[in-house]
Design a protein around this ligand. Sequence first.
Ligand code: THG
Length: 369
Amino acid sequence: MSIQVVSKSRRLRSTIYSSRIEKQGVKSYTIYNHMLLPASFGDTLEDSYNHLKEYVQVWDVAAERQIEIKGKDAYQLVQLMTCRDLSKAKAGKCYYSPIIDENGGMINDPVILKFDDERWWISIADSDLMLFAKGLAIGKTLNVSISEPNVNIMAVQGPKAFNLLEKIFGNEILDLKFYNFKYFNFKNSKHLIARSGWSKQGGVEIYVEDTKSGLELYDLLFEEGKEFNVKPGCPHLIERIEGALLSYGNDMDINDNPLECGLDKFVNLDNDLNFLGKDKLIKIKETGIEKKIMGVKINLDKINLRSTIDLKIDGKIIGEVRSAVYSPTFKKVIGIAMINKPYFLSNHKFDIVVNDKECTGEICNIPFI
Ligand code: THG
């Protein structure tokens, strides 16, 4: 039997919600930004998937840490790190933005929040972005301060999310637009709420700065949510693969560029902005990419992926699957794969060996749904 326990310590940081989710029956954690991120509760993966698609869940996603960039040169530093054009970014908006190195390799894929030109939060995926930002700021002698404030996000996700939120915050919350954020009053405190989240089921993320008030709010969400069948939850492997929400470190890393990751929408090269990797990305765009993230469907009824598995055509490796799960919707395994040129151009069939068993699958477009 494989070992299922990871020992907790200060280094593997708990969140302000940990004691609560442990009472609520969290069954496993993963580690994200050196912090506990719940990975499952008591229900089966399929039950929590059905629940998320029908009701509302509250997630402890405090592991999505904020890196605050403040100071006169804050915009310059943020723009230096991303290939997304933030020159016209507006205060009160969120921007999903690839962070890239000097070769165009993906360092992170955060959501960036703009407060004003001199204050930004970078809501990071699982890599040490703060060190990268500090190195750049020191090297370029930029006038900024960089920190990781004590902000702990809880996400409220699912089709009933706004029914629940309206009960607590009033109908003003219904006017919040996708990827916008605003402060909302709760008792004697205010909380930054963004219409965003790592699911396609709709909802918000509450960036809790006032811990005491945030925990009261957490408890109230469960109290008021009873009529909507609220449950604790966490980012969901099936739901996120079906919706093709990419997972940094799983689906892509520093060896992949944003064009290979299908993030073309967020790669703005036709401008006079100064960001790392720009020349490289311009060249890559001219010559074309050598590999690309695609969907795969595999003729299996279960999989437990812990590392990549090669995909082959006539014995030749044509790519690798990087995330995969059984989908109750497609009644087979679906996954996210990096596929080599020219195989990403059409729906090729491939061979794959899973647990010593040979089987077949085919390449497809994402999102699946
Ligand atoms: N919320 C916040 N911070 C985060 C995440 C989050 N940090 C880590 C991780 N998730 C970052 N990765 C992603 C990946 C995809 C999306 C958000 C964060 C996402 N994409 C939308 C989509 O693909 O449909 C839309 C993006 C857009 O159109 O701008 O939501 O979840 N705070």
